[in-house]
Write a protein that binds this ligand. Structure first.
Ligand code: B12
Length: 211
C-alpha cells in the first residue's frame, strides 16, 4: 500500500476501502503513521481544490469527511503509540462558533492526548463564553482553536476579547489553526501563535507549555 494509493482513496471517496488500506499500510508495510496522515491530508487538500473548481459538490465534501474519519479511526492508536512524552498541561480545544469542521481539530486532539496533555475538547461551533467558562473551571493554560471558514476567523478575536474582559487573557496562551489562517492574521486577531498542521501544532503547543 503506497502513499499515492492512500491519497487516491481519499480523493476517490472510497469510504468502504480506506480503513483496510490504512490497516495494510500500518500492519503489513510497517509505514510510519505520521507519513500515512500526511498522505491522507494531501487527499483532503485535493478534495478541497476540486470543490473550489466545482468538480465536486457538497455531497462529495461530506463523503470525504466520512472517508477521513474511517481512516483516522484506524490510524489513531498508531499515532498514540508513536509519541509518548508526558505532559500534564491542560488544554482547551474547540472549533469556533459557526464552524462545523472538526476533522483537523480531532486529529490535533488525538496527537495532544497521545503526547500526554490533559485535553478538554469542547467540540465544534463553540462560542466565546463557553470557552472562558471552561478556562475558569479547569485552569487550562492553553486554548487551541480551529477555524476552517474565512467567515468564522473573526471568532478568534471574540475569544481573545472575552478573555480580556474576564481578566484572564494573560493566564492563557491562544494558538489557532485552519486553512484560512496564517501567523500574521492569527496575531492580528489576538492569538499568540499559529501552526499550519497538527504535527507542527503539537510542537508549538509544547513550546507554549514551556517544554
Ligand atoms: C470535509 C469538509 C467539510 C465537511 C466537514 C466535516 C467535519 N466533520 O469536519 C462538511 C461537509 C460538513 C463541510 C461543510 C462546509 N464546508 Co467544508 N470542507 C471540507 C474539506 C474538504 C476538508 C476539511 C478537512 O477536514 N480537512 C482535513 C483536515 C485534516 O485538515 P484541516 O481541517 O485543514 O486541519 C489541519 C490544519 O488546518 C491544522 N489545524 C486545524 N485546526 C487547527 C487548530 C490548531 C490550534 C492548530 C495548531 C492546527 C489546526 O491541523 C489539521 C491537521 O493537520 C475542506 C477543504 C480543505 N482541503 O480543507 C472544505 C472547506 C473547509 N469547506 C468549505 C466550505 C465553504 C464549506 C461550507 C460553507 C459549504 C456549504 N456551502 O455549506 C460548509 C460549512 C459548514 C459549517 N458551518 O461549518 C471551504 C471553506 C472556504 C473558506 N475559506 O471559507 C473549504 C476550504 C472548501 C473550499 N475549497 O471551498 N465541509
Amino acid at each position: 500500500m503506497d502513499f499515492e494509493k492512500l491519497t487516491e482513496l481519499i480523493i476517490e471517496l472510497e469510504v468502504d476501502d480506506i480503513a483496510d488500506a490504512v490497516r495494510e499500510a500500518l500492519e503489513k508495510d510497517g509505514k510510519d503513521p505520521f507519513d500515512i496522515l500526511e498522505a491522507l491530508t494531501k487527499g483532503m487538500d485535493e478534495v478541497g481544490r476540486r470543490y473550489e473548481e466545482k468538480e465536486y459538490y457538497l455531497t462529495e465534501l461530506v463523503l470525504a469527511g466520512e472517508t477521513m474519519k474511517e481512516a483516522f479511526a484506524v490510524l489513531k492508536p498508531a499515532l498514540a503509540a508513536a509519541d509518548k512524552s508526558l505532559d500534564k498541561t491542560k488544554i482547551i480545544l474547540a472549533t469556533v462558533k459557526g464552524d462545523n469542521h472538526d476533522i483537523g481539530k480531532n486529529i490535533l486532539g488525538s496527537l495532544l492526548l497521545s503526547s500526554g496533555f490533559e485535553l478538554f475538547d469542547l467540540g465544534m461551533d463553540v462560542d466565546e463564553k463557553t470557552i472562558v467558562d471552561k478556562v475558569k473551571e479547569t485552569g487550562a493554560t492553553i486554548i487551541a482553536l480551529s477555524s476552517l471558514l474565512t467567515m468564522t476567523v473573526e471568532q478568534i478575536k471574540a475569544v481573545h476579547e472575552a478573555l480580556k474582559t474576564a481578566g484572564i487573557r494573560d493566564k492563557v496562551k491562544l494558538i489557532v489553526g485552519g486553512a484560512p489562517l496564517n501567523m500574521e492574521l492569527a496575531r492580528k486577531l489576538g492569538a499568540d501563535d499559529f501552526a499550519d498542521d497538527a504535527v507542527d501544532g503539537v510542537k508549538h503547543i509544547k513550546q507554549l507549555a514551556g517544554k
